[in-house]
Design a binder for this molecule. Structure first.
Ligand code: CA
Length: 296
C-alpha cells in the first residue's frame, strides 16, 4: 500500500449541517475516505448533531476526539470540517489545542453564510414561514437519523434556531469573537499558519458558469439548488459556491478559493457528480500529503 497520505496523526472528518456518516450504504465523504485510506491515512468520519449550534456540535466532537485518541493511542488528530463542520472543528481546537494538530476548513462559513442571512430576514423563526421551514428541517433530520447506519451512539439533540444563528454573518461574528484562532485580520486575506500549536488551512470553490453547471453536474439536482441559493448573495454575489462566499471561507493558509466546485461538489456530492474538469477528491489527497510533509 502507498504511504503517500500516511499522516502522523489520524484524520477526523466533521460534516456540515444535515451531515451524516452513512445513509444506508451511502457515505457523506463520497470516495474521499477510501482515497485517503488507500494512501495509508487513518481516517474517522464522525457524526455530530445534524442541526445544532457550532458550540453544541463542538462539544460532541471533543468527546469523539477523546475516544479516538484513546482508541488509537495517538496524541493528536487532524480535523477536516466541511461547511458548519469547520466551525465545529474550530471550536474543538480552540478548547483543546493540545488534542488538535490541524484544522482544515473545506467550504466553511468562517465569516457567516449569506444564505443564512437571507433566511433569517425572509423566514424569521417566529413567523409562519419560519415555523414551516423549521418543521421541514426537523423532519429531514429525523428521516436521515433513521437511515443513518454509520453512527452508533446516544441520540443527538436537534435545535433549528441555534443552528441557524450559528450560520448567519451576525452569529458567526459573535462566534469569531470568542474563537478567533486562524482567522485572517483583513477581509479576503489569509490567517496565521499556526495558533497555539494548531495549524489552520482552508479551501473553497465558486460557481463558475460553463464549468460547475456542466459535466456530470447536469444530472445533479444539488447543483441547481446551489445556483438558486447563490441568488441570495449580495456582498459576495458571483463569488460563492451557493452557500458560502469565497472570502467568507478563508481560514489560516488559504490553499485555494476558486476551485470550480459548488458547496456539495467539494465533498464529491452527489455520487461523485461534479462539474467539468473538477476533482475534489484530489484536493483531500494532496492536503493529506501536505499535512504529512508538515509532520502532523
Ligand atoms: Ca455535484
Amino acid at each position: 500500500m502507498s504511504q503517500a497520505t500516511a499522516t502522523r496523526y489520524p484524520l477526523v472528518l466533521v460534516p456540515g449541517m444535515l451531515g451524516f456518516i452513512r445513509l444506508l450504504f451511502y457515505p457523506y465523504w463520497f470516495g474521499i475516505v477510501s482515497a485517503l485510506r488507500r494512501g495509508g491515512a487513518v481516517v474517522f468520519a464522525v457524526q455530530v448533531s445534524p442541526i445544532n449550534s457550532s458550540e453544541v456540535r463542538g462539544e460532541q466532537l471533543l468527546a469523539r476526539i477523546e475516544a479516538i485518541l484513546r482508541e488509537t493511542g495517538a496524541q493528536k488528530v487532524n480535523l477536516f470540517g466541511h461547511s458548519q463542520g469547520s466551525l465545529t472543528a474550530r471550536y474543538a481546537a480552540a478548547k483543546r489545542p493540545d488534542w488538535v494538530a490541524s484544522v482544515t476548513s473545506v467550504a466553511g462559513p468562517n465569516h457567516g453564510s449569506e444564505l443564512a442571512d437571507y433566511l433569517q430576514k425572509n423566514y424569521p423563526h417566529d413567523s409562519a414561514k419560519g415555523r414551516v421551514l423549521s418543521a421541514v428541517l426537523r423532519a429531514v433530520a429525523w428521516v436521515m437519523g433513521v437511515l443513518e447506519t454509520g453512527y452508533r451512539g446516544p441520540k443527538l439533540p436537534v435545535d433549528v434556531h441555534a443552528s441557524h444563528q450559528s450560520l448567519t454573518t451576525e452569529g458567526v461574528a459573535l462566534f469569531n469573537q470568542r474563537y478567533p484562532q486562524g482567522l485572517p485580520d483583513t477581509w479576503g486575506g489569509q490567517g496565521p499558519e499556526e495558533v497555539n500549536g494548531v495549524r489552520y488551512y482552508s479551501w473553497s470553490g465558486t460557481l463558475q458558469p460553463g464549468k460547475t453547471d456542466r459535466g456530470a453536474n447536469l444530472f445533479d439536482g444539488t447543483n441547481r439548488s446551489c445556483r438558486l441559493f447563490a441568488r441570495t448573495f449580495v456582498r459576495e454575489a458571483g463569488h460563492c459556491d451557493g452557500m458560502v462566499g469565497r472570502y467568507s471561507s478563508h481560514l489560516g493558509t488559504v490553499i485555494g478559493d476558486e476551485y470550480p466546485l459548488d458547496h456539495f461538489d467539494i465533498v464529491n456530492q452527489s455520487l461523485g457528480l461534479v462539474g467539468k474538469g473538477a476533482d475534489p477528491v484530489r484536493l483531500f489527497v494532496e492536503h493529506a500529503q501536505r499535512l504529512k510533509a508538515a509532520g502532523v
